[in-house]
Design a protein around this ligand. Structure first.
Ligand code: IMP
Length: 434
């Protein structure tokens, strides 16, 4: 013990990579438990930008073991590319482990992702087109192919044959697309299997042994609560469970092993992809926040939709994951605004709504109730301590704490490692400061 979970409380892109990187220095192990190469975790180290999609953020610390859990879906091509990218930049992957139970993403998953989106027309989800949904569909249909299958070539060939035959029929007959060459995929994947082999193990055993030995294990969520397939704005969600409960399934640990859940909150709200977004700003303030915050997708390059901070969303996330401390990111982006707003509730048909409705139609109609606060002009880049913050920024943080009922333990006010710092004791980590 302890097991500590870092989750996104909004629609992803909250800066979890930065917070995980900050905590990874004091962790023995960092574990990803869901999602795949749809994720984009950005870390800035000494002026250099690193973007990760599959590999856990702890990889930048040589002593920290990094685990890709069974709940992930792995695209072997993306994995090999990420290994090459890291090695070319001098990052060692000696301490990286990959679950033999994780499912694989195939080129036909990406093709199916694309045709499904096209078929939805204006109702499209706005996926990353990485084949994530179709790969999880095969897992649930019990036709998926797992990492372990790659190392039993006859079994792999049989499973692939069945899948390619079925997917080709679908693609050709329903979507009038070309099919895939089974032999070419088989050769390519068996080749890629050799690159994966050194990393493959039963990661549930590894993680539980670390917890048994009293090591600090950080579970790194990808995407965010509002993209959770059960607790998000369904169907505008991803196909996995980014919430803290996903850790148990996706890493193979029991709930008794989790001591703390840290919820990462961007100081405003963004979302890529479609679906309702009550505090969205389609005005010059939204444009300013997008430009200052470089709000363009790490994985797809798409401009993100931008809005004021929505604490109905954050409270929802905090409840379903049992969040005990908040990490606020990108506070620096709000510098220079005359006033800042925090959505504390919604109004629907003249009634105050405190909880996120399941009905998307209702959510679409919800009007945000705002608390408006004075903004601050000072840039926050040089700030390394709560006491140095402008009074107005402190008031903003206090409003978040009050409306969410959860203390802010970590603050990030700039992209670099050195610009993330502790305000309070981080549960599970004690008082130690960088
Ligand atoms: P998928 O995960 O590619 O199936 O996409 C489903 C939804 O999740 C879409 O709205 C995507 O834009 C969104 N999404 C997936 N991964 C991320 C992420 O890492 N950050 C933000 N949004 C994401």
């Amino acid at each position: 013990m302890p097991g500590i979970v870092v989750i996104g409380t909004q629609w992803g892109d909250e800066g979890k990579g930065k917070v995980t990187d900050y905590l990874a220095e004091r962790s023995d192990m960092v574990v990803r438990y869901q999602g795949g190469s749809n994720a984009g975790h950005t870390v800035w180290i000494a002026g250099q930008r690193f973007a990760l999609h599959l590999v856990p953020t702890g990889i930048f610390y040589r002593e920290t073991r990094c685990v890709m859990g069974n709940g992930m879906v792995i695209d072997p091509v993306a994995f090999a590319e990420e290994l090459d990218y890291l090695h070319a930049r001098g990052v060692s992957t000696e301490n990286l482990y990959l679950s033999d139970r994780a499912h694989l993403v195939f080129p036909y998953h990406q093709a199916l992702d694309e045709v499904a989106e096209q078929g939805l027309g204006t109702d499209k989800i706005g996926t990353t087109l990485r084949g994530i949904g179709p790969a999880y569909m095969d897992k649930a249909a019990r036709t998926g192919i797992r990492v372990a299958d790659l190392f039993e070539p006859r079994r792999f060939a049989n499973l692939l044959h069945r899948n390619v035959e079925e997917k080709n029929r679908l693609l050709r007959e329903l979507y009038h697309r070309e099919g895939f060459d089974e032999a070419a995929i088989r050769t390519q994947y068996l080749d890629l299997a050799e690159r994966m082999r050194p990393f493959v193990t039963d990661t549930s055993v590894l993680v539980n042994e670390a917890l048994d030995a009293g090591e600090t294990v950080l579970f790194e969520g990808a995407q965010g609560t509002m993209l959770d397939i059960d607790h998000g704005t369904y169907p505008y969600v991803t196909a996995s469970n980014p919430v803290a409960g996903g850790v148990c399934i996706g890493a193979g640990v029991g709930p008794t092993r989790i001591e703390t859940v840290i919820g990462v909150v961007k100081a405003y709200t963004t979302r890529v992809g479609d679906g309702p977004f009550p505090t969205e700003l389609n005005d010059p303030i939204g444009d300013q926040i997008r430009e200052v915050g470089h709000e363009y997708g790490t994985t797809t390059g798409r401009p993100r939709r931008v809005g004021w901070l929505d604490t109905v969303v954050v409270r929802h996330a905090a409840r379903v994951s049992g969040v005990s401390a908040l990490a606020i990111t990108l506070l620096d982006v709000l510098s220079g605004l005359d006033e800042v707003r925090v959505c504390t509730a919604y109004e629907l048909d003249g009634k105050r709504v405190e909880h996120l409705p399941a009905s998307l139609e209702q959510l679409q109609q919800c009007q945000p109730v705002y608390e408006t606060l004075p903004g601050w002009k000072e840039p926050l880049d040089e700030i390394r301590d709560y006491r140095e913050l402008p009074q107005e920024a402190k008031q903003y943080l206090q409003t978040i704490e009050r409306t969410c009922g959860i203390p802010v333990a970590i603050l990030s006010a700039g992209p670099d490692r050195t610009q993330t710092f502790q305000l309070r004791e981080v549960p599970g980590f004690g008082k130690s400061h960088r």
